[in-house]
Design a protein around this ligand. Sequence first.
Ligand code: NAP
Length: 322
Amino acid sequence: MGEKSVLLSSGHRMPLLGLGCWQSPIDVLKEVIVTALDLGYRHIDTAFQYKNEEGVGEGIKKWLKKTGKSRSDIFVVTKLPMIGMHASGIEKCLKMSLERLQLDYVDLYLIHSPVGLKNTDYANVYPVNEKGLPILDESTDHIAIWKEMERMVDKGLTKSIGLSNFNIRQMRKICANARIQPAVHQVEMHAQFQQFPMQEFCKSRNIVLTAYSPFASPGRPASYNAIAKRPVPNLLEDPVVALVAERHRVTTAQVLLRFFVQQDIVVIPKSANPQRIQTNGDVWNFTLSEVEMAALKSLDRGEDGRTFAILPGFEDHPECPW
Ligand code: NAP
């Protein structure tokens, strides 16, 4: 992995570029994971919530058998679902994920969201009421959950632990009470939503950031767009990004990814298309100049750039991060 990875506070290295798996179905992933690993990807990002860990597991197994490589060559991330955020849920969910992934451990286990949902059934990852709103578990206790996350490291079920979708106030509280500090924070981050305050906070705490939806998630479900506060930006056709891409003879997608990895921010673009998986992974042979970096930084729109604070009903939870 060499220069293409960052050192985590846990002492482990994390590849700066990984394959996002949200919305990729199990059968597709069985092949896509092999393709991505063949192309040099060594980091896979999935989640209990995505209902596709089985596909990731099959793909990894097939590739390891085919190449004779070892499990330790791959960095696998999965996440604690919102229905697992209670005392007995953490170990149960992680063990379910490991079984689906056919692995003994994951490299990084993240709390997917600061908001807990009432667990009615482990098969129902997003329980809703008769109005279609999420059934909130308002007793969500981040400190108690984090202690369980630490226990998962002690048990060897994960190498590192971290957070996703938390705000700085929530992170401060966890950090102040942690025996093992969060190693990673995974958040929405793209050219129009660069989260400068979060970048500064994470840097000061030695927490590595992972940028999810680095293209602003153009393939997200239409139902998300219907309730979004603002239209999802078309970053892949942004004129500034296009100009930079032209200068380097690369695609706009490659510029959007290089922009972050050049700042030691991990990116996890999702694709199920072999050609796009290949080009997205090829961001190591060009360097953006200071002027180009500044131009891309200027695309930031502050909080107006956030596109994922859209799930109705979340605002009633005491730990809603937005
Ligand atoms: P994204 O990576 O910004 O965009 C993915 C979309 O872009 C897909 O529709 C993909 O289509 C398309 N695409 C990929 N490469 C392209 C290229 N080179 N040119 C044109 N189109 C391209 O969105 P995302 O899936 O929301 O985010 C990435 C990953 O972050 C997820 O898969 C997931 O692992 C993670 N994530 C985490 C959270 C969280 O709450 N922690 C939330 C959202 C996402 P094709 O597949 O057809 O190429």
